[in-house]
Design a protein around this ligand. Structure first.
Ligand SMILES: [Zn+2]
Length: 53
């Protein structure tokens, strides 16, 4: 499982996110990704972006 993710930060333009936390749920794996250059972060469930968590 990768600890880095290629994604562009909408706040600062950083292009590599780091895994901040992961949790296994009944519907799959929930992963929090964090931008190392600012406080922006987002959540994926089974690799799909989710803002509903
Ligand atoms: Zn950023």
């Amino acid at each position: 499982m990768s600890m880095e993710l290629e994604a562009t930060c909408p706040d600062c333009g950083e292009q590599t996110f780091y895994r901040a936390a992961s949790t296994t749920l009944h519907l799959g794996e929930k992963v929090k990704w964090h931008c190392p250059s600012c406080d922006y972060g987002f959540v994926q469930i089974n690799g799909i972006d989710s803002s509903a968590v």
